[in-house]
Design a protein around this ligand. Structure first.
Ligand code: SAH
Length: 379
């Protein structure tokens, strides 16, 4: 991008404003990719956005129980794959490293799992890599490998986890009009100036991308409908499928989204300091996410060669994995105040009105690889 080297005070909005001025409107996907991942000014690149002082809180940050149960799932899956010697324990988008630390602690139930795990973190943010290093140092020492992309993780048996990773991958949006499907693009608003760039949504001038991107099942949706597709998520899911077809393994994708997708609806949202913000207002300063199309992820992974299970709602899955028992056991050693915290964390994770229903899981596995030929735990 031109002008990238300029003054520190220049914001991502300035850069995107100049890019649109020179090249014309950009796709929602390009806007999202820059807002989250611009190498210097992207949202995830600049800061640690998690926790009560940040912009949002994820399940592993709510309670250790979440990561422990995911850890038991990993151990169980690995054991049922026949415990295939050294294997790659891969996490996509590990945030603060909390989930991986909890997985490894829970995995103490099967020391062979720990001894054979080679930990790989796929993370683009230098700030978060440093944070992950600090979290995992006491558990793993320096035995962690970081990669920018899943493609860079060596081949071989794999257990892979992705929590709230797919919702951060760019989506593209298309809209139905009386003249057919058009892609939604981000343009400069009429009142935009070079020093104070402002953005708005427009439709592409000719409907070639729109009609190419819209899924066949939704082609006849009513005028005005917006449909989201995520070629980036599809590509990652297909790659996971290819990995699992080539060597024994299992993967777990946890996120918020719709089970029967792709669906009609504009789900792109910005979160800043735990509140919704206008999505185009401050690129790089707010988290941008969209609902995940679980059926699409599962289908892409199957195309790659994996078997898929689910989606299952998070509340259901955590209950099947034993969150109530785990909470009771933690409470026996807790003060009354701690016991209340454990209870409210569990409620937040499983209550259908909180994260229990909106969040879902899909499991992927090497076809026929589980020794007993039953689904992965909780599916
Ligand atoms: N799994 C963590 C963090 C979720 S936030 C948790 O549950 O707390 C999304 C994470 O994905 C962050 O670590 C972010 O830096 C990373 N990320 C976002 N886009 C990415 C990309 N394209 N490639 C690799 N990592 C990415």
């Amino acid at each position: 991008m031109a002008g990238d080297e300029s003054a520190e005070t220049e914001t991502l909005a300035h850069l995107l404003g100049r890019r649109i001025l020179m090249d014309g409107p950009i796709s929602v996907g390009a806007f999202m990719a820059e807002a989250l991942g611009h190498p210097r000014l992207g949202y995830y690149i600049r800061q640690d956005p998690f926790g009560s002082g940040g912009d949002f809180t994820t399940a592993p940050e709510i309670s250790q129980m979440f990561g422990e149960l995911v850890g038991l799932w990993c151990v169980d899956s690995w054991a049922r794959l026949g415990g295939p010697g050294p294997f790659h324990l891969v996490e996509l988008g590990p945030g603060r490293g909390t989930l991986m630390a909890d997985i490894l602690r829970a995995a103490a139930v099967l020391p062979l799992f720990r001894d054979n795990a080679i930990v790989h973190l796929v993370e683009t943010s230098p700030v978060l890599r440093e944070r992950q290093r600090r979290t995992l140092q006491p558990v793993l020492g320096d035995a962690v490998q970081w990669h920018d992309r899943l493609e860079d993780v060596p081949d071989g048996p794999t257990i892979l986890i992705a929590n709230e990773f797919f919702d951060a991958l760019p989506i593209r949006q298309v809209q139905k009009t009386s003249h057919g499907w058009f892609e939604r693009l981000v343009d400069l608003a009429p009142d935009s100036t070079e020093s104070d760039p402002r953005f708005r949504f427009v439709l592409e001038a000719f409907g070639s991308s729109g009609s190419r991107l819209v899924p066949d099942a939704l082609r006849d949706a009513p005028d005005g409908s917006v449909v989201e597709v995520s070629p980036a998520s599809q590509a990652v899911a297909r790659l996971i499928g290819t990995r699992l077809a080539a060597a024994p393994g299992a993967a777990l994708a946890i996120d918020y989204g719709y089970a029967q997708g792709p669906a009609v609806g504009d789900t792109l949202q910005a979160l800043r300091r735990h509140a919704f913000a206008p999505v185009l207002e401050a690129p790089g300063e707010a988290d941008l996410t969209a609902h995940v199309d679980f059926a699409g992820i599962a289908a892409a992974a199957r195309e790659g060669g994996a078997q898929s299970f689910g989606p299952v709602e998070q509340g259901e899955w955590l209950t099947r994995l034993g969150i109530h028992q785990r909470a009771s056991s933690l409470m026996t050693k807790a003060t009354p105040a701690q016991a209340r915290d454990i209870q409210s964390a569990m409620d937040r994770l499983i209550d259908p009105a909180q994260m229990g229903r909106l969040f879902k899981l899909v499991a992927l596995a090497t076809p026929g690889a589980f020794a007993d030929d039953t689904p992965p735990a909780g599916f």
